[in-house]
Ligand binder design. Structure first.
Ligand code: SF4
Length: 499
């Protein structure tokens, strides 16, 4: 069996099936993923690591070159000498293997330090620190375990140097949170055991359609499996844990078998036995049955309750593009429909600088504010625009006040269409994203494989080579996103007006 590495642990946290499939799946069905965004992310990570290492301030004993065997030997010798800082050493012990970015001897033990181009924590706010990221924690824990087995570590502590260049301590002996007493190290031990069972073939699990599938080399292969087995994860909002609970308690996870069940009967059984379909609420069972019927029968989308769209002389269909690898919003696009007709407006950064990001944002807000809120409406799809504007406000607080921004997104005429789709409607689709819904409504993007990842790649190409034709592709993609938002709004309004 192959060794357990940080990448196996990461895969498990993203999709437990990937761990099994990478070892036991039909290799001929694997397609090397060619995702420009992941490539960009990787390149940024490499650059960030090089920058951190260049400015580290202490001498690093470099174990980054040579064959694997040579690097393991060099690392072992450096550990035996108690080198204070070892760079890219290889730790291999029994069935565990890893390459920590830096190992630091603090006089008593070795501590692993990882250099990451993302932020070290999740959920941090202005007033409170965030929590460790699971995949960083299990990676550090793996290094701690190897060092511990070799008598070189005891505290279960590690560090992450993140995109800000700051060093964050990860206390792996601490509980994951007030409601999760399992410590980070215990989480690692649990995940490692599952990974070993899956890689050895002792346990097999099933694929489940999820957000990670589109970037996964097994995407087509797993989709085929899910369709052929009529798996419940084809349904919108049904993920692995719900599917597994249904399979465990009802003996089948097929859409057809679910349709043969009586949702009221299942709800009654749940009431009598709290362990029955644990984690799946009675309303969720009903929703699932309804979506299953719709997916199978392929009927018209269902409008469950009416939403009163405002009468507006001007409508702004709004969509932003951003590069999360640099925390940079580069484009604010608007498809505008008013008395003068329809047109596309954009406010776009032309350099990746705080000045240009701020300028583009200020200009976008000026455009929005040029419309009277009493006679205009703004439509966007998903909370991303709102959260991005809040993040921009934190970066550039002099552009707009917090209350003013809250007032803008709190207006009855500033509408997140996804919220309406999610709450008030159901569709014969496995995804309720803008691409799936607008394409279902026969809207076609000019680009045949539209994706935010490509837009990010094109924008970075434009920044690097100044080619206006490439920027034009970015603008066209965004314009089509904005128009798609209008198509969805018009459909919803037409259907809801008929209710
Ligand atoms: S395609 Fe999806 S289900 Fe299959 S291994 Fe990849 S992430 Fe998991």
């Amino acid at each position: 069996m192959p060794s357990v590495t940080p990448s196996n642990l990461y895969d498990y946290l993203q999709c437990p099936h990937k761990v099994w499939r990478d070892v036991h799946g039909p290799r001929e069905e694997f397609v090397e993923a060619d995702n420009p965004f992941l490539k960009l992310l990787w390149e940024r990570g490499v650059q960030h690591e090089a920058d951190v290492v260049a400015g580290f301030g202490f001498d690093l004993f470099d174990c980054s070159s040579g064959s694997e065997a040579e690097r393991i030997e060099a690392t072992n010798e450096a550990l035996a000498r108690r080198e204070p800082y070892i760079y890219q050493g290889i730790l291999a012990h029994g069935d565990l293997f890893g390459i920590p970015d830096i190992l630091h001897f603090d006089g008593a033990e070795y501590l692993p330090i990882e250099i990451k181009s993302g932020s070290a924590e999740v959920g941090a706010t202005e007033d409170a620190a965030g929590k460790p990221k699971k995949h960083y924690a299990v990676q550090l824990a793996l290094y701690c375990e190897i060092l511990r087995r070799r008598g070189l570590h005891s505290s279960l502590k590690g560090f992450v140097i993140d995109s800000s260049g700051e060093r964050f301590e990860y206390d792996l002996a601490a509980p994951q949170g007030p409601k999760t007493p399992e410590t980070w190290f215990e989480l690692y031990e649990r995940v490692r055991q599952e990974v070993v069972s899956l890689m050895s073939g002792e346990v097999q699990n099933d694929p489940a359609m999820c957000g990670s599938c589109k970037d996964c080399g097994w995407g087509t292969s797993c989709k085929k499996w899910v369709e052929e087995s009529d798996d419940l994860t084809q349904l919108f909002y049904v993920g692995r844990s719900v599917r597994d609970a249904i399979k465990r308690d009802l003996g089948s996870a097929s859409v057809d078998d679910l349709l043969r069940q009586d949702p009221a009967g299942l709800a009654a059984r749940k009431k009598a036995d709290k362990n029955f379909l644990k984690g799946v609420g009675a309303p969720a069972i009903e929703k699932m049955a309804l979506r299953a019927r719709l997916l199978k029968d392929g009927g018209e989308p269902l409008m469950h309750s009416r939403f009163e769209f405002p009468d507006a002389a001007a409508e702004l269909f709004f969509d932003i593009e951003s590069d999360p690898t640099q925390d940079f919003v580069y484009l604010h696009g608007f498809w505008i429909r008013d008395g003068a007709g329809e047109r596309f407006e954009n406010r776009t950064a032309r350099a990746v600088t705080p000045d240009d990001e701020k300028r583009a944002w200020q200009e976008a807000l000026d455009l929005i504010n040029a419309y009277d809120p009493d006679t205009s409406a703004i439509y966007y799809y998903s909370p991303y625009e709102k959260t991005s504007y809040r993040r921009l406000r934190k970066k550039y607080p002099d552009v707009i006040g917090e209350a003013e921004l809250d007032e803008l997104f709190g207006r009855a005429t500033c509408i997140d269409l996804y919220d309406i789709v999610y709450r008030n409607t159901d569709w014969p689709l496995g995804s309720y994203g803008i691409k799936a819904i607008a394409q279902y409504l026969k809207f076609e993007w000019r680009d045949k494989t539209p994706s935010g990842a490509l837009s990010i790649q094109w924008f970075n190409d434009f920044i690097n080579n100044g080619d206006e034709a490439v920027l034009q592709r970015v603008l066209e993609y965004n314009e089509d996103d904005c128009k798609a938002t209008m198509v969805v709004k018009d459909y919803l309004k037409r259907r809801m007006d008929a209710m």
